[in-house]
Design a protein around this ligand. Structure first.
Ligand SMILES: *Cc1c(COP(=O)(O)O)cnc(C)c1O
Length: 473
């Protein structure tokens, strides 16, 4: 059928008939209806099904229905139930119905979000979302926003803007002169900075030996009393939401010190910056408005579909100068050109799903979402302690760090939790001790999900004790 010369006509008919979209609607609905009942991590059989995809590159044009059928049959079972209520791994978030649907619609539009001229609607909705985000987070009026893949990318953009500005203040133009022979700049960050920060620094030409590490307190917060003297050649990198404990740096004190010294402050707030959007957690982010740049994810706490990261920068010109691109064919407009704020030129119009999510939730809905995550984290902590587990952090936001009576028992219990299919958590180290790391970051989680997960923890610990005693017998 498809390769008989009528391929293009066939594809045209498929697009306008909408049958394939109807087909995936059925598949997706089926998936969504059972996602809370499926194993949270696939079992061996489902993983075995992935072998189905091992084949040489097809020679001939295939069959769209069969391809989608394959995905449904062998792909869906090998997903993690990330959008369900009992996935607590990493800080992965969920999806709102409106975000998912807007994403599908935007996918059908297939807009290139770089320029106003490539997509007026993408430009408009990123412009609106920028204003809403600045309002929601209480950042300085006029703060610029770029919509990127995630916080790793956003942090790199913010740090590049900061580096260039600090050097520009010393008469050095990075875009013109590069980095070789430039005046030295300093980087100061806490001992618990996220791995993506070091990676971003390396990518902008700052190596690990150049970083001045500030000691932290028992929650992973930078200790302000140990902050070195700052100056106007310093990038100070702070954290809203420690990736393990969820703790927040003391922005009031640290940002003031930086301002007095003329340093540039970047805040990595991948999931935690959202605390600013709820009256109940806003105190955690007091002082963030004095920073210069901020990175935050939509795909974590806000529960937009993947992917959506945001770079926010107080000095619009500093960000656009760092992200500048030229080319004879590029036509900037009087309206917003999204590519001025990011590294990408061509990219998906993820601002559309961001806008739809913010428009749907509104200020109150965003606050309720954040409160819900925090409440469930607190419930987790309470119930786990009642079940005899140790909680190692102050549960101030959505993160709970759990340990058993010995490191070995913690690690073995975690393995049993991961294999149980009942819920899924990752592991981490907290001051050298292995921990089970719970991130509550999906609106879908209910108190019943928390209770069921706590039972799964207890059962996993029983199995772990059995396993350990059999081994040592
Ligand atoms: C997730 C996370 C990042 C990285 O964000 P991506 O969106 O995965 O690139 C950086 N910092 C913190 C604190 C995070 O939690």
């Amino acid at each position: 059928m498809a390769n008989d010369g009528n391929l293009w006509q066939h594809m045209h008919d498929q697009l306008v008939a909408g049958e394939l979209l109807e087909q995936v609607k059925v598949y997706a609905t089926e998936y969504l209806q059972q996602v809370n009942d499926q194993r949270v991590f696939p079992d061996e059989a489902a993983l075995g099904g992935l072998a189905h995809f091992d084949e040489p590159l097809p020679q001939a044009v295939g069959d769209s229905e069969a391809i989608l059928q394959n995905l449904h049959e062998y792909g869906a079972p090998a997903t993690t139930a990330q959008i369900g209520g009992r996935y607590f791994g990493f800080v992965n978030g969920g999806i709102l119905p409106v975000g998912l649907a807007a994403r599908w619609l935007a996918d059908a539009w297939d807009q290139t979000a770089g320029l106003y001229l490539t997509s007026p609607i993408a430009a408009k909705l990123e412009h609106i979302s920028e204003k809403w985000m600045v309002d929601l987070l209480g950042l300085p009026a006029g703060t610029a926003m770029g919509v990127v893949t995630g916080t790793s990318n956003a942090t790199m953009c913010g740090l590049a803007a900061g580096r260039n500005t600090l050097l520009k203040n010393q008469g050095w133009d990075v875009n013109e002169q590069g980095l070789a022979g430039s005046p030295a700049i300093r980087v100061v960050m806490g001992a618990h900075a996220h791995g993506s920060v070091k990676k971003a620094l390396a990518l902008i030409g700052i190596g690990q030996k150049q970083i001045e590490i500030v000691p932290i307190d028992n929650q992973g917060r930078m200790d302000p009393t140990q902050l070195p003297e700052l100056d106007n050649r310093t990038l100070l990198i702070l954290q809203a939401g420690n990736v393990n404990s969820g703790a927040f740096d003391d922005f009031v004190t640290l940002c003031q010190r930086a301002k007095d010294a003329g340093a540039w402050v970047h805040i990595d707030g991948a999931f935690g910056l959202w605390a600013a959007a709820s009256p109940n957690t806003r105190h955690l982010t007091a002082g963030i408005e004095r920073a210069d740049s901020w990175s935050v994810d939509g795909h974590k706490t806000l529960n937009t579909p993947y992917d959506c990261g945001l770079i926010l920068c107080r000095d619009r010109a500093a960000l656009t100068a760092a992200m500048q691109a030229t080319g004879d064919y590029i036509q900037y407009s009087e309206d917003r050109d999204n590519m001025l704020y990011t590294m990408d030129m061509s990219r998906q119009a993820r601002g559309i799903t961001l806008w739809a999510t913010l428009k749907y939730l509104g200020r109150e809905g965003v606050a309720a979402l954040i409160d819900r995550l925090c409440d469930h984290a607190a419930l987790f902590s309470e119930q786990l302690q009642a079940a005899g587990f140790r909680v190692l952090n102050d549960v101030v936001f959505n993160q709970v760090l759990v340990a058993c009576d010995s490191p070995n028992l913690t690690e073995t219990t975690l393995r049993h939790i991961q294999q149980s299919g009942e819920c899924w958590c990752g592991g981490s180290k907290w001051f050298g001790e292995p921990v089970i790391r719970i991130s509550v970051c999906n609106w879908m989680t209910t108190p019943q999900d928390v209770e069921r997960s706590v039972r799964a923890f207890a059962k996993a610990r029983e199995n772990a004790i059995l396993e350990i005693t059999t081994q040592t017998e």
